[in-house]
Design a protein around this ligand. Sequence first.
Ligand SMILES: *[C@@H]1O[C@H](CO)[C@@H](O)[C@H](O)[C@H]1NC(C)=O
Ligand SMILES: *[C@@H]1O[C@H](CO)[C@@H](O)[C@H](O)[C@H]1NC(C)=O
Length: 176
Amino acid sequence: MIFQRYLTLPLVQVVVVATTIICLSTRSEAETTADMCKETDYPGVCSTALQDVKTGGGFEDATSVAIQASIAQINQAKSKVLSLMKTETEEGKLFLDVCREVYQDALDNLTACDSDLKEKSRGGLEDKLSSALSDIGTCDDTLNETTNLASAPPVLKYNDVIEKLVTDALALASKI
Ligand SMILES: *[C@@H]1O[C@H](CO)[C@@H](O)[C@H](O)[C@H]1NC(C)=O
Ligand SMILES: *[C@@H]1O[C@H](CO)[C@@H](O)[C@H](O)[C@H]1NC(C)=O
């Protein structure tokens, strides 16, 4: 009994020390959000979007948060478009309605990224993020077709931020 107790005690300590070493070493190897954002086209936009991400989740968490940030921006842009539509001319409304529609398509694609994240499907993420990006581009093109649409500048400004966020999400997704 005494012999056994002497034998087990150091073993427990060894395990505790070993576990601590493993935890410390994985922690120091985990990439910070700044490191991950360096891999994107717009590191500043990326860092702002990921400021609440805890170190250790890796590119998967980072991609997820960047997608959530994109969804939040598109929802804001959509609300803006809906309120601008109230005061636009009939012709202006038609242009804005294209944006309203493609925002919804982009939201559908970004929301569907959830299952790709769970399955770690890089291809699925890249497809959906690219679709979302081209949807926002359709809104840009539509607004650029028209001159003198008072509503265009604020919407294009939103799109600029959304496009940067989704582009960064694509870069992060490619590292999963
Ligand atoms: C993503 O967008 C594309 C093109 O806009 C569309 O064909 C597709 O159905 C969308 N996918 C999802 C999951 O919403
Ligand atoms: C639309 O116009 C804006 C502002 O002039 C410009 O930044 C953007 O690149 C244009 N987008 C497209 C798709 O032509």
